[in-house]
Design a protein around this ligand. Structure first.
Ligand code: ADP
Ligand code: MG
Ligand code: MG
Length: 884
């Protein structure tokens, strides 16, 4: 049997989006639900793949099936394709599986030519409309099929407008448009060396082909890369009867979201233009009117639209993004899809839909991608600061962004690569600007509304964006933007607040984010579902407090070396390292001890009642000393300048020590528990400070659950010795103070040998904490800095590795070690506590793995705690979905 390549709208359903594309599947669904959708048919995504497989030619079989469907359109509409009396006109629309707004091409008014346009003019008694439609068609067709830039066409219109003294396109009459058309046709012929195609069937097949080809245009490819959409899906093509919003003042076109896509607020949110056709709204050429105006101008249409849009939302159980057109007082729906939204809106909408009884809590949780949450945890403008607001536009995508003003997408990309922060400022953006939008911190436009290209794309990327700020006079040639008396140049600093629409001169202090009520609610649901405990990595009371606010259930890793690095400590730490004799060293340690104790007390107090895991000193000692090369340079300088010999000798001694501590391979060198073995006095001091802090905190009424962690153990004997040391210090302190306290001792599993001998190690450990960063380095045998700096990107690009293993856990290798060690450790010690500290603890696919492996907790940076809570819930839900 022949493959079915063409589906009339009533033949499809919304489930068929892989075959019909999202747009086609939804047009089918709406048609079957009885909505007013102009009739049409869809060419399958398979046909697009066939087209590429066949060497970019349309098969005759496909064209035959298209013509059969076209007959159907003719009969239903009582119009004929190519007729001079009653011409059938169609749109040819791209539509892939996942929506890629504006990335591929669409052509409207196809079927018009020098003859049919006359028929259309007579039929509608509206020549102005007919010629306007024809010139739009020539323009779109020439752009999409013949590859001519819009710019040439806009220039012609601008010229004629100027000659006639008009400012708006809508002021042009039939004769003006006829003039435009004559110029267009000549221009096309000159540019392409052949006349503009007049045969509608040729127009149609060329248009279909162009839509197929647009699957592989640069901007679509970039969009897919950014959004991780596979390249081998292909696009469907929808061919649909035209309805006309440009027939006069009783017609128009618009786009609306059933909820606010920026904030999630439950309100119809959209825009429309009277006497306009589809593209006008989204292209940002004219700034459209808010949808609420429609209420006054076309009250009954407005009412009908409100009803239809809530029907659609109900039907799909999600916020919809709807395109509509009004033709002479009749409403048509042209597209519906789940609307793109910011993370903030996604959360609010999901929670509200649960409250409204439309979806279940589990569904709400699964709808929120943990990765997207990152956006909500970005810094925001300090509300207590007085701002120098210079203008206000539409708050199109929330978040704050500061940077230098740049007017060009390429330049934005280039400067960002150099490390500059830029804000892209443009009259409007087009799909060609996508790389600049991606690079910029934020986007500001003077034209276009909340549904314009810039707004939609920015929201999708989670970038701050302000649109339609018509106070801005942008001069692209001079590269300046003027607001009243103020003129800003390229490179000047501005800040935009996409939540309020405020544009602020200069840089603005940003503060930490906080969680919205809805986000808190969603995370509470996540907590009810998840099994994995979520802790945070925090080295000081401030981070610990933040982590707790974000829902951390303890500290999974407190790196004590960060406490040594502080400016007032470094000299003492250096004294400790450089000490010539025991006396000097003891002196230094005695100074450090009370400092460490206070650090620990601060953290215990922030984590009152929750476990705190403290890791003893980990990095090699040379990290606390000055850099060797710099010292050499300094010494040479001192020699030349003949400074005080005493100073010189001291520096020389320092250099000697630095040289002695120099390691060939610091990552594999004298660090972690190896330091503890050779410098027990340092670990002893840390443990003493820790226990004294426990006692003092308890006295202050704080509940402390301390865990002492020994880093980098590879052999059980290391852990055995250091465990003994910790216990000895503990016993001594208990005797000295006559206080008692409880604690546990465990180890990081971060070298393969530890994982391989986990059973032995478990005998000496109360817990295992997988240090996945070092474990990845030591398992692969490459250092992270060298790998990421030199070859890892090649590996990922050539698909040698699927992802950067320092970001997404390598389950087959590193994961196997974790699984093995967990099983072996628990075999030896029932109830051995296991967790992960390291960035992987906040990454969703890794979290799924840790959940499946049966670990007790993950620990990540404070700002990723909410993400981890949600991802841990997903891990549980994904498994229960699989089971059912
Ligand atoms: P995109 O995916 O870029 O939104 P569309 O295929 O949806 O492209 O079409 C672009 C614009 O043209 C939209 O505003 C749409 O509503 C309008 N449009 C598409 N087909 C028709 C039609 N048959 N009649 C009237 N307007 C149409
Ligand atoms: Mg569309
Ligand atoms: Mg480590």
């Amino acid at each position: 049997m022949k493959q079915k390549k063409v589906y009339l709208f009533p033949e499809g359903t919304k489930e068929q989006k892989y075959l019909l594309g999202g747009k086609g599947a939804n047009l089918a669904e709406m048609t079957n639900a009885g909505l007013p959708v102009p009739f049409g048919f869809t060419i399958t995504t398979e046909s697009c793949l066939d087209y590429y497989r066949d060497g970019e030619v349309l098969s005759t079989d496909l064209l035959d099936q298209v013509y059969v469907a076209l007959d159907e359109l003719e009969q239903l509409s009582s119009k004929q394709f190519g007729s001079n009396v009653n011409p059938l006109l169609v749109s040819v629309r791209s539509g892939s599986v996942f929506s890629m707004p504006g990335m591929m091409d669409t052509i409207l008014n196809l079927g018009l030519n020098d003859q049919t346009v006359v028929g259309l003019a007579n039929l509608t008694q509206n020549p102005r409309f007919a010629y306007d439609s024809y010139r739009r068609f020539i323009q779109m067709f020439s752009n999409v099929v013949l590859g001519m830039d819009h710019y040439f066409f806009e220039e012609v219109i601008d010229e004629i407008k100027e000659k006639r003294g008009f400012t708006e396109d809508t002021e042009l009459g039939a004769e003006d448009w006829q003039q435009v058309i004559q110029r267009y046709l000549k221009m096309v012929e000159a540019k392409t060396n052949s006349p503009f195609p007049q045969d509608p069937k040729i127009q149609l097949s060329q248009a279909i082909e162009a839509v197929f080809r647009s699957w592989n245009n640069t901007r679509a490819k970039i969009y897919r890369k950014i959004n991780k959409i596979p390249d081998d899906l292909g696009t469907a093509v929808n061919i649909q009867l035209m309805v006309f919003g440009n027939l006069g003042d009783d017609s128009g076109t618009g786009v609306a979201f059933t909820r606010n896509p920026s904030t999630g607020e439950r309100e119809l949110y959209g825009e429309f233009l009277i006497n306009a056709q589809g593209e006008d709204v989204v292209a940002g050429v004219r700034t459209p009117n808010p949808i609420s105006d429609l209420k006054n101008q076309m009250p009954s249409i407005y009412k009908q639209f409100v009803e239809l849009s809530s029907l659609l939302e109900e039907h799909y159980g999600d916020m919809q993004d709807i395109e509509f057109t009004v033709e002479r007082g009749k409403l048509y729906i042209l597209q519906t899809r789940s609307g793109k939204r910011t993370a903030q809106a996604a959360v609010k909408i999901a929670v509200d839909l649960v409250d409204e009884g439309k979806i279940k809590k589990e569904e709400a949780l699964l709808r929120i991608d943990p990765d997207q949450m990152d956006q909500m945890l970005h810094p925001r403008i300090d509300p207590n600061v007085t701002l120098k607001v210079i203008a206000k536009g539409l708050p199109a995508s929330p978040g704050a962004a500061s940077g230098n003003i740049i007017f060009d997408a390429d330049e934005a990309e280039r400067l960002t690569e150099k490390g500059e922060k830029v804000v892209l400022v443009r009259p409007e953006t087009t799909p060609e600007d996508i790389h600049g939008i991606l690079a910029a911190q934020g986007i500001l436009t003077s034209r276009g509304g909340m549904t314009s290209h810039a707004a939609v794309v920015a929201r999708g990327m989670g970038k701050a964006c302000i649109c339609g700020c018509d106070q801005l006079k942008i001069d692209l040639r001079a590269e300046t933007v003027t607001i009243g008396d103020l003129t800003l140049q390229k490179g000047d600093q501005i800040t935009i607040d996409g939540s309020t629409g405020q544009i602020i001169q200069g840089n603005v202090p940003l503060i930490d984010p906080n969680l919205s009520l809805e986000f808190e609610q969603l995370l509470k649901w996540a907590d009810e579902v998840r099994r994995l405990e979520v802790r945070a990595n925090a080295d000081n009371p401030t981070d610990a407090t933040k982590a707790r606010e974000f829902g951390a259930e303890g500290i999974g890793l407190c790196r004590t070396e960060h406490m040594f690095m502080e400016a007032d400590r470094i000299p003492i730490v250096q004294q400790m390292i450089l000490a010539e004799n025991e006396e000097e060293q003891k002196d230094a340690l005695a100074k450090l001890l009370p400092m460490q104790k206070e650090d620990f007390k601060g953290i215990f107090s922030a984590m009152n009642g929750l476990p705190v895991n403290i890791r003893l000193l980990d990095p090699p000692l040379h990290e606390f000393l000055p850099n060797m090369e710099e010292l050499v340079v300094e010494l040479t300088k001192m020699q030349v300048e003949k400074v005080n010999p005493q100073q010189y000798v001291a520096k020389e001694a320092l250099l000697k020590k630095v040289r002695a501590l120099h390691e060939f391979n610091p990552m594999l060198g004298h660090r972690g528990c190896r330091l503890g073995m050779t410098h027990p006095e340092i670990y002893e001091m840390q443990v003493e400070a820790l226990f004294l802090a426990v006692i003092e905190s308890k006295k202050a009424g704080i509940t402390v659950i301390p865990e002492v962690m020994i880093p980098l153990v590879g052999h059980v004997q290391e852990l055995k010795a250091l465990r003994r040391m910790v216990i000895n210090v503990g016993e001594r302190i208990q005797q000295e103070t006559r206080e008692s306290f409880e604690y546990t001792i465990g180890t990081m599993i971060e070298v393969p040998r530890a994982a391989l001998t986990a059973e032995e190690i478990a005998e000496q450990a109360d817990f295992f904490s997988f240090g996945t960063n070092d474990l990845t380095q030591t398992t692969f045998g490459f250092s992270r800095d060298d790998a990421e700096g030199k070859f890892l990107h090649t590996y990922v690009e050539q698909k040698v590795l699927p992802e950067n293993p320092f970001i997404v856990l390598d389950q087959a290798g590193v994961g196997s070690l974790i699984k093995m060690a967990t099983v072996a450790g628990r075999r030896k010690k029932q109830g051995l506590k296991t967790g992960v500290c390291g960035e992987h603890g906040g990454e969703k696919s890794s979290i799924q793995f840790f959940h499946d492996t049966g670990l007790d907790y993950v620990s990540c940076s404070p700002f990723r705690v909410p993400i981890a809570r949600l991802a841990a819930a997903h891990a549980e839900l994904n498994n229960s979905v699989k089971k059912n």
